[in-house]
Design a binder for this molecule. Structure first.
Ligand SMILES: [Zn+2]
Length: 316
């Protein structure tokens, strides 16, 4: 017996669904492949099956108060429609209505980065502070902005795209089609690309040795490993990514005067090597009072962030 909330973390390769109570304690989970390559109907059937499995394990006498779903975008949270998602191969899918019709429970939809921001704010490193910015640095750079304890969605719901701030005019090409975005300069993808470029110059870098000379295999993990081992070329690549991150975050600190910035995603795993210089540099790149106030913290939630964030959409 009791009240529960269901969160669906929808990704291009897997669907993770969980049921939790209002404190974020996950009681039941289901993990299965999205099978996006089999088409939209197949992936929707998998989402339904995953939710059905969680409901079944939860037991008939439990009350489910809502289903939240975090999905790759672009999407409309207001309409509950995923417009188009290269990861899912979806085009204009009214997923909220589809799931409400199926289960008779209220459904809310939000993009995955915003959902992760909500999760860290409510259950993680944000500790429900008043104003918080979440940034995830992995293959791409995404973000979620919490203002006065609420997700800041913007007029059309597209706010929080911190990875697509221009930080270099005519800089490297970004996945969004524009140039010089933060994502094109400081994401894991950008770090890996830079590693391959440097290795191809023929300079004496251990990055090449780490992949047995197969330069195409150099990615951000290889660069980070070479950096940790003292390779000066890798060090310069990581330093450069941190400088660009400090520009992006410094701008956000000046604009939003947040209490906390929480950084997640694979690149944040390099730990102090990232956080210590970043904290120092932000002091020089943002309004003094705001820079002195903000805490720069590592995300806390790990693999459950997507499920917990989706639950935040519906938890009272
Ligand atoms: Zn971009």
């Amino acid at each position: 017996m009791g009240s529960y909330y269901i969160g669906v973390d929808l990704g291009g390769t897997k669907i993770a669904t969980g049921a939790a109570d209002a404190t974020g304690r996950i009681l039941v989970r289901d993990l299965r492949p999205t099978e996006a390559e089999k088409g939209t109907d197949a992936s929707i059937a998998n989402i339904k099956a995953s939710i059905r499995q969680v409901l079944k394990e939860l037991g008939g006498d439990s009350q489910v108060r809502g289903i939240g779903i975090g999905s790759p975008g672009p999407l409309s949270a207001e309409e509950g429609i995923v417009y188009s998602s290269p990861n899912l191969g979806w085009n204009h899918v009214p997923i909220r209505r589809i799931l409400e019709d199926e289960f008779g429970i209220g459904v809310k939809l939000e993009n995955d980065a915003n959902v992760a921001g909500l999760a860290e704010w409510r259950f993680g490193a944000g500790e429900q502070c008043r104003n918080m910015i979440y940034i995830t640095v992995s293959t791409g750079i995404g973000g979620g902005i919490i203002v006065d304890g609420q997700l800041f969605a913007g007029s059309l719901g597209f706010a929080g795209e911190v990875g697509h701030m221009t930080v270099v005019e005519n800089g490297p090409l970004c996945g969004c089609g524009r140039r010089g975005c933060l994502e094109a300069l400081a994401s894991g993808t950008a770090i890996g690309r830079k590693g391959r470029e440097i290795a191809r110059l023929g300079v004496p870098t251990s990055m090449r040795d780490l992949v047995d000379g197969d330069i195409d295999r150099i990615d951000s993990v290889v660069v980070a490993k070479a950096d940790a081992a003292g390779d000066p070329w890798a060090r310069e690549i990581v330093d450069e990514a941190i400088r660009y991150l400090s520009i992006g975050l410094g701008n956000l600190v000046s604009v939003f005067n947040p209490d906390r910035i929480v950084i997640g995603g694979g690149v944040s795993n390099i730990g102090d090597r990232l956080f210590e210089p970043l904290k120092r540099m932000i002091l020089t790149r943002a309004i003094r009072e705001s820079a002195a106030h903000v805490q720069i913290l590592r995300a806390k939630l790990g693999g459950d962030i997507g499920i917990l964030g989706a639950i935040c959409l519906v938890v009272e």
